[in-house]
Design a protein around this ligand. Sequence first.
Ligand SMILES: [Zn+2]
Length: 387
Amino acid sequence: MQLSKKQKGILYSSCFIILALVITFWSGKNFYDFAHYETEFAIRENVVTRVEKFSKYSPRLKGTVGDSNIYVIEGAEPGPSILIIGGTHPNEPAGQVAATVLLENLTVERGTVYIITEANRSAYTHSHPQEASIQYFGIETPYGVRTFKFGSRATNTNQQWPNPDVYVHRNSGQKLSSADTRNLNRAYPGSENGTYTERVAYAITECIRQNNITITIDLHEASPEYQTINTIVSHNRKEALKIAAAATLMMESNDVSIRYEESPLNLHGLTHRELGDYTDTLAFLLETSNASQGKIRGAFTEELVLTGKDKFYQKAMEKGIGKILYAAPVSLDERVARHVYGVYEIIQAYNKYYGTEGLGELKVNGFPSYQDIMTNGVGNYLKEIIK
Ligand SMILES: [Zn+2]
């Protein structure tokens, strides 16, 4: 049978429409599945005292994707408290994985530990445009592979849109690039009725304020050429600087190369600036070197996230191109080990200087050591998920 020109046209355009629908459905399903995938954390029943929600502190988050958990581990004796924040930037996996290791291993004798593993949960529901990043990565554990998400630096546009041309930080009036409008670490101290990102920041600020949290540590990563990698950034309060200096010395003396830096007075919206200014907490931020965030990296693979190995960074270092401050490859094991060890030394320094006064010592046990994580791999310190 011969098809007329018109019939052929209808046939071709129908095929084209069907193909377009299949591609749309397939890619839509991929985005949908990623957005709805829930990362699991092992909550030890007799250790984790309670689980709070961000909406307790920032009510408008209730029922939304950003209503994250705050895991609370209380010691038998009251004392000082610490908040550990992971997952501010979901494209910096060591922060979340380190917070998870702490959640699944720490026990508290005296004082209280608060842990957030998904600070910006909305940012875990999408990927950063034009980065071709992976969506998930797996860590081998004795109980099988644990899956974590690799999300975006910014809140999803489903929760906050549009971006203004210039982001004006609410409290200081500081002007930043439009991209920082949805950046949780430029939104502090936040606002109860502000943008979505500001409401998330407000939940964390209020949690610290209402519970009088003594120490706050925000866990991050940055590209290998970024100035603050392998750094403890400290709020400028005298006590915080003293603790950062002592922790740096201890880490250096145990062959973990690190330095400390005072939070710049004029850089607003960040945890190490605003949480120290707006609450009584001693605020710190830790950074490690993450090649998958780097500007000169090659293909974005799961292996790159886990091993930090990238041939372009290696070439650049061999040839001395650019200012790569810390030699790649830096594995996820090493990055998590640094964060966990950094938290440990900050607590030790706090106890050394302030453990004999006021609230007394913060007694926390169960830290895997830097060497333990490097030798056995971080997966050995992730617990079994029991359903
Ligand atoms: Zn970050």
